[in-house]
Design a protein around this ligand. Structure first.
Ligand SMILES: [Fe+2]
Ligand SMILES: [Fe+2]
Length: 248
């Protein structure tokens, strides 16, 4: 039994105009790479966490083929909400879980068990700028204050969702945790955030995130160990669409 993670599938079976092929060579027919890598790596008894940005469909009916593709991948599939997942209304996670019961599990305001671990997660959020940066020293000089204020509101909402996920798992008796966030857990300055502090408070072993595309963004947040927690980026193009093994 093993646990794998991969983010940013960005499927577009019903919206071919949103095909990712134009995003660079790594994205050309990327869904075929996802399919082959999953078949090679993942066994029926394994678990695959898909860390957000699943589909370009705006409404659920435009995502059916994308979700069916994910459901056909081997193993148990757990989905985290990404910023592009417009089909997944925040208040209707239970509806999705009822409809896709036995095929897909949507992780938000709930948790999933993996052996003695609880998998907790939510979309997360972090302020991504724009920043005014000194081009010689790389120092951040200023940023859009209104945009940052708005970001703080979104961060608070996501923190409440993650705490709810942790609380439910804790009350069910779990003491080992893995955290899944679509957004990176910190801003580009890698300052501690409500998400890193919460992971530390509950003693989470790993924080797994996605969303960062292109080699200029791969270093946007923590990679490796920080305060005893392992941080891992699993965005699709970072991994060339090969799911990362998180636990045996
Ligand atoms: Fe993405
Ligand atoms: Fe994203």
């Amino acid at each position: 039994m093993a646990l794998f993670a991969l983010g940013d599938l960005h499927l577009a079976f019903q919206r071919p105009e949103k095909s990712m092929d134009a995003m660079g060579p790594i994205w050309v027919r990327h869904e075929e790479k996802i399919w082959k890598n999953c078949q090679d790596l993942i066994k029926p008894e394994d678990t695959l966490v898909l860390v957000g940005d699943h589909s370009w469909g705006r409404k659920l009916f435009q995502c059916r083929e994308d979700l069916a593709f994910i459901a056909r991948l081997p193993g148990r599939k757990i989905l985290v909400r990404g910023n592009h997942d417009m089909f997944w209304e925040a208040q209707k996670t239970d509806v999705l879980n009822t409809e896709y019961a036995g095929k897909l599990f949507f992780l938000q305001n709930n948790f999933a068990a993996y052996g003695e671990y609880a998998l907790v997660g939510t979309k997360g959020f972090t302020f991504e700028g724009p920043f005014l940066i000194n081009r010689f020293t790389g120092e951040v000089l200023s940023w859009d204050q209104d945009a940052e204020k708005h970001a703080q509101k979104l961060v608070r909402r996501e923190a409440i969702r993650l705490e709810d996920s942790f609380r439910q798992a804790w009350e069910a008796g779990y003491r080992k945790f893995l955290v899944f966030l679509h957004y990176p857990p910190t801003n580009i300055l890698e300052e501690d955030s409500v998400f890193t502090r919460m992971a530390e408070k509950y003693g989470a072993e790993q924080v797994i995130y996605a969303h960062c595309h292109g080699k200029n963004q791969f270093q946007d947040s923590i990679l490796g160990f920080h305060n005893g927690i392992r941080y891992r980026l699993v965005s699709g193009d970072y991994l060339d669409f090969r799911p990362e093994k998180i636990l045996d």
